[in-house]
Design a protein around this ligand. Structure first.
Ligand SMILES: *[C@@H]1O[C@H](CO)[C@@H](O)[C@H](O)[C@H]1NC(C)=O
Ligand SMILES: *[C@@H]1O[C@H](CO)[C@@H](O)[C@H](O)[C@H]1NC(C)=O
Length: 368
């Protein structure tokens, strides 16, 4: 009797425990599935930029734990010895040095990978590694084809202390200390609205055959800015070089992709290696289209900024006030550029102030 009574009491308790345990397991399973689906969403990015909101918040805990502690990345800046490239590199390096010292930065070392094949007069000012350009004629006047070849050589020849690399360009300005946005084997990249692999399926398929998977495996990115594990980049870089050369040789591809050909080449090469990127919208902003630098890491001044005296954008038409890197092809911009008129977006004001601060402080600014 007593035994039966005890068993009778124990049973519901056991049942409750079992049910609770079951719920807990299911909950964990569901959470895991949801996290993974979210991860696929922003990693795969088949729906455009809107759904890429705040990927940092959605990074699953089990991936966050992969990070554990500070993992510095090496800043690799591909450049030439043209005056136009040089002044941009000097401003870029100035802001790297400044932000590196601030808390929250995962900046490691810095290398200007100079793909002109010979040293120049910035060797003392900026840590530089000289690599060979492509053999004459191969780039067909498209200088950036040298980038993948530069990375291939640098990764093989240079001793690099850090496990991660940030691929950067001369017209980047670091707005704040940049953390390592990559997560273990998942590199981080900036999604460009004009890189649309799915819209060019017939071309992409020439280099990314159907048996490799859907075209949506190709991320809407270029090689820069990207933070990536060195060992992964070392695998991608030779393929990136091959794909970009093959694309340039194919008249249809060359015509369709034009100046963004080399960006597609990186996106396709990484997809060929099964590498997906975290699409990090906050990585970069591009004035004059992006109006504020709030929460962004890199300012990319690739577009000209033209405004009238009322502070209205006159894009495509030379403004009464303008800042355009292409106005300074043969030498550095002067110190103390005139600030834009009132009404111009904060992003453009910040750009000019940061250029002015750099040119005021870099020794011998006008002499190189
Ligand atoms: C690049 O192309 C060359 C010549 O076609 C080939 O020998 C080499 O294996 C290719 N390398 C990669 C990584 O695709
Ligand atoms: C920069 O130019 C402004 C006028 O545009 C002038 O008032 C200011 O003194 C200049 N600053 C320096 C450091 O030359």
């Amino acid at each position: 009797m007593i035994e039966r009574k005890n068993m009778g009491r124990a049973s519901p308790l056991l049942l409750i425990l079992l049910v609770l345990g079951f719920f807990f397991a299911t909950y964990n399973l569901i959470t895991l599935v949801i996290h993974n689906r979210r991860l696929n969403l922003w990693v795969r990015n088949d729906g455009g930029i809107e759904m890429l909101t705040d990927p940092i918040i959605e990074i699953p805990e089990h991936l966050k734990r992969l990070k554990g502690g500070r993992e510095p990345f090496h800043v690799a800046l591909t450049a030439t010895d043209a005056p136009y490239s040089k002044w941009q590199c000097r401003i870029m390096y100035y802001w790297y040095k400044k932000q590196k010292e601030l808390p929250g930065s995962d900046f490691g070392g810095f290398t200007r990978i100079l793909h002109s094949g010979r040293s120049d007069d910035l060797m003392e000012e900026i840590p530089t590694f000289v690599v060979d350009p492509l053999p004459a004629g191969i780039d067909r006047g498209y200088i950036v084809l040298n980038r993948p070849w530069a990375f291939v050589q640098w990764l093989v020849k240079a001793p690099i202390k850090e496990d991660y690399i940030l691929m950067a360009e001369p017209d980047h300005i670091f707005l704040r200390p940049l953390p390592n946005l990559a997560l273990g084997g998942l590199p981080a990249a900036f999604p460009f609205f004009y890189i649309k692999p799915a819209d060019h399926e017939n071309i992409v398929r020439k280099f990314y055959p159907e048996d490799r998977g859907p075209v949506t495996n190709v991320d809407p990115i270029g090689n820069s800015p990207v933070i990536i594990k060195k060992e992964i980049l070392a695998k991608i870089a030779p393929t990136w070089m091959n794909v970009s050369l093959k694309m340039k040789e194919d008249p249809e591809t060359d015509k369709t992709f034009g100046w963004v050909l080399e960006m597609y080449a990186y996106a396709i090469a990484s997809a060929l290696h099964g590498v997906k990127h975290i699409l990090q919208k906050d990585f970069m902003l591009q004035p004059p289209w992006d109006l504020t630098t709030k929460d962004k890491y890199i300012l990319h001044y690739t577009y000209g900024c033209d405004y009238n005296k009322k502070g209205e954008l006159t894009y495509g038409k030379i403004g009464e006030w303008r800042f355009d890197k292409r106005s300074h092809l043969r030498g550095p911009p002067p110190k103390n550029l005139t600030m834009p008129p009132p009404g111009v977006p904060e992003s453009v004001v910040t750009l000019v102030s940061m250029v002015n601060e750099a040119t005021a402080n870099i020794p011998n600014w006008d002499k190189k």
